[in-house]
Design a protein around this ligand. Structure first.
Ligand code: GRF
Length: 216
């Protein structure tokens, strides 16, 4: 069967990109990375793509007059590489409503909290300030509003009394690296469908590790 072609959008170090690269290295994995696009030059994520022999390009948002024209350039690159699913992996730009609607339910994002709690930036500081006992990561289809959209799967972990924003970030990141390839696999296998603003549950068995009940 033809593999699902991914376009991975990054702005930085790209550890989630790396998790996808590693997953795609397995012959049996049902997706492949067609193109990596960064809006920032010289970031570690681009080096990871190069090392893996994956095509990458920089589309610097500063060189565009408007959000629309930047998004247009991104869309054109994605179309050239026949991308079927866009994976935002630490991509620090909001996409225009027009772009999001054009790719509706074909753009996913990973966020380091249990959405819909703790949208936005500085998540781990806010998790500690709020005193919540459980945190984690979420993969979701995106909507035009930041960190909104149907949830595909989540992974959870306990917050301990010793945690700092840094230790939380590191432990949540370990979950992210399992969760993102899982979500992409489920989508590529046709197990994920959006109904309204949620993804209905399909039993995929025990995903193992900290990945609790991927609601797919
Ligand atoms: C991750 O924590 C992800 O959840 C968030 O941005 C961070 C990106 O990290 N959206 P990396 O570039 O994948 O290492």
């Amino acid at each position: 069967m033809a593999k699902l072609k991914l376009g991975v959008l990054i702005s930085g170090r790209g550890t989630n990109l790396q998790a996808l690269i590693d997953a795609c290295a397995d012959e049996a994995y049902p997706a492949e990375i067609a193109i990596v696009i960064s809006n920032v030059a010289d970031v570690k994520g681009l080096e990871r793509a190069r090392e893996a022999g994956i095509r990458s390009l920089v589309i610097n948002h500063r060189e565009f007059e408007s959000r629309e024209s930047f998004d247009e350039a991104v869309a054109s690159a994605l179309n050239t590489h026949e991308v079927g699913l866009i994976c935002l992996a630490g991509f620090m730009r909001l996409l225009t409503r027009n772009f999001v609607e054009r790719w509706r339910d074909r753009i996913i994002n990973i966020h380091p909290s249990l959405l819909p709690s703790f949208k936005g930036l500085n998540v781990h500081e806010r998790v500690l300030d709020a005193g919540v006992r459980i945190t984690g990561a979420t993969v979701h289809f995106i909507r035009a509003e930041m960190d909104e959209g149907p949830i595909i799967c989540q992974g959870a972990m306990a917050v301990s009394a010793e945690d700092t924003p840094e230790t939380l970030a590191n432990r949540v990141l370990e979950i992210e690296h399992q969760l993102y390839p899982l979500a992409v696999r489920l989508i590529a296998e046709g197990k994920v469908r959006v109904a309204g603003e949620t993804v209905p549950y399909v039993d995929i068995g025990d995903p193992g590790g900290p990945l609790i009940n991927p609601r797919t």
